[in-house]
Design a protein around this ligand. Structure first.
Ligand code: NAP
Length: 481
């Protein structure tokens, strides 16, 4: 990646002392520093209520990077930490208080007379409107002197109506090309590569057609519960937490039609088209809750929040018409695994179905995590005398360290700095996602209980068995380290 920009640039993080900043943003900024991807003349301004001097904020960041959470690579290098913290300033105040914005204005102008501004809202959605309004009143939304961009991330609404209301609020203050709605899944190498794999190679794309595909399965499972996220999770549930965003993004990237070019407009248009063609089947949806959920910290005693969902859908276009897509995801399941598996028809079945080993269908698997890679499952002769068959995998596997350094937040920060919205969500897209999900939520009548460590309630098995199919046990046989 090349130098990002040579003009003055200010990144303002509202909520700089919060969890999101600690876990994702500050580590990603460190990696930008280490990889030499920092924009020149950058200043980073943290905003929070906690009173802190600039020096204290720098010391806080140093401490955080040197004593990071489990997933942060050790050790960080002092030179790059120094480089990062030397750009950091802090403004303390309440988001509702106009004097915060006066102080912010002063801080921005002290950097340089004119600066590009990126406002990262790493704070609660109910504060967004106040922030936009106060920035406006303080003259800080102006683009007369450098561009202004704003970043928000999930939750992007809680249903279609709230998402639309949020879009309207945003539109009152900003043009669509200034708004970066972030779903970190779209910054994952494993997801971005789906488009490259599909449209950069001629081999598999012609097979992405109802003539060759029996069905598609999407899994987004975690083998752990809600941990300390109870207060948040109990108001959201599995379908809204990961279904509305991550799962729909995976389906979209794996099945959208080829864009006319690899530009933001063309790629986003295809994603939206696909979402609009994706048909919800509310009668198929299964919601579950793991046993013991209501005893978790922060959960109401009679909570009916889903920690599991499964549903069937299909795409109403000529290419995929009638190809079923089965989706399941949630928490406290048998394994942590996220993947899209495209299961092809078993054309060779008649020739080999009497042979030991049987004939499994060919599968193309986009494995998002763990054992990240793209694999093609095929049938092969078992070496040795006689004819016996076995499954084999042709595989492309990511190296762990290369994935880490391309942490989605790092990738997406670079895109924000450069103004590239290809892997961000625009207003119609988020509304189309919610329209689909609202149809399923409205069908939440029964909540099945399931055992932690299982693959969810048996009703989910019945959903797919009704079509004469079964869930794929995600394989551990490929891309193992
Ligand atoms: N945590 C994650 O991994 C994650 C991932 C994706 C999305 N999100 C979303 O990101 C948002 C923030 O989540 P979080 O987990 O970081 O929350 P958090 O840990 O509670 O942090 C909230 C931040 O906002 C600041 N803040 C709150 N009220 C304020 C006010 N009135 N004036 C000034 N600053 C104020 C806090 O500053 P003080 O501490 O100084 O008060 C703190 O820095 C949420 O919408 C969440 O859904 C979080």
């Amino acid at each position: 990646m090349s130098t990002i920009t040579s003009s003055a640039f200010s990144l303002v993080i509202f909520g700089a002392t919060g969890n999101l900043a600690q876990l994702k943003l500050l580590p990603a900024l460190y990696h930008l520093s280490e990889e030499g991807l920092f924009p020149e003349h950058i200043q980073i301004i943290g905003v929070g209520r906690k009173p802190m001097s600039h020096d204290a904020f720098q010391a806080y960041t140093r401490e955080l990077l040197h004593h990071p959470q489990k997933r942060f690579i050790q050790p960080v290098k002092k030179t790059f930490v120094d480089k990062l913290v030397s750009t950091m300033r802090y403004v303390a105040g309440d988001i509702h208080d106009p004097s915060l914005y006066t102080a912010l204005h002063q801080e921005l102008s002290s950097h340089t007379k004119c600066t590009n501004k990126l406002y990262y809202l790493a704070t609660y959605p109910d504060l967004y409107q106040t922030i936009f309004e106060q920035l406006e009143q303080a003259g800080l939304n102006s683009q007369q002197c450098g561009w202004t961009r704003v970043v928000i991330e999930k939750p992007l609404g809680t249903d279609f109506e709230t998402a639309r209301a949020l879009n309207k609020t945003l539109a009152r203050y900003y043009q669509e090309d200034q708004i970066f709605r972030l779903d970190h899944y779209l910054g994952r190498e494993t997801l971005q590569n789906i488009l490259t794999f599909r449209f950069g190679n001629g081999l598999f794309e012609p097979l992405m057609h109802r003539n060759y595909i029996d069905h598609i399965q999407v899994t987004a499972a975690e083998d752990f519960g809600i941990g300390l996220r109870g207060g948040y999770y109990d108001h959201v549930g599995a379908l809204k937490d990961i279904g509305q965003n991550h799962v729909l993004q995976m389906i979209t990237l794996a099945t959208m039609n080829p864009p006319t070019s690899f530009s933001n407009e063309a790629v986003t248009r295809r994603r939206i088209e696909l979402l609009e063609e994706l048909v919800p089947e509310p009668s198929s949806v299964v919601f579950g809750q793991y046993e013991g959920y209501v005893k978790e910290s922060g959960i109401e005693a009679h909570s009916r929040t889903d920690t599991f969902f499964a549903f069937k859908t299909h795409i109403n276009n000529d290419r995929f018409n009638k190809v079923p897509i089965y989706v399941r995801g949630g928490k406290s399941l048998a394994r942590t695994v996220t993947e899209v598996a495209i299961v092809f028809t078993t054309a060779g079945k008649r020739l080999f179905d009497h042979v030991e080993g049987g004939v499994s269908p060919n599968m193309l698997i986009y494995r998002v995590q763990p054992n990240e890679g793209i694999v093609w499952r095929f049938v092969s002769k078992k070496p040795g005398p006689g004819l016996k068959l076995q499954d084999e995998y042709m595989q492309f596997c990511y190296k762990q360290d290369s994935l880490f350094h391309h942490d989605p937040y790092l990738t997406l920060l670079v895109d924000m700095f450069q103004g590239d919205q290809t892997f961000f969500i625009d207003a119609p897209e988020v509304e189309a996602q919610w329209k689909f999900i609202d149809n399923l939520t409205a069908a939440k009548h029964t909540l099945y209980s399931y055992k932690p460590g299982s693959w969810g309630p048996s009703a989910a098995d019945k959903l797919i068995q009704a079509d004469g199919r079964s869930w794929i046990e995600p394989s551990t046989d490929f891309c193992a380290r």
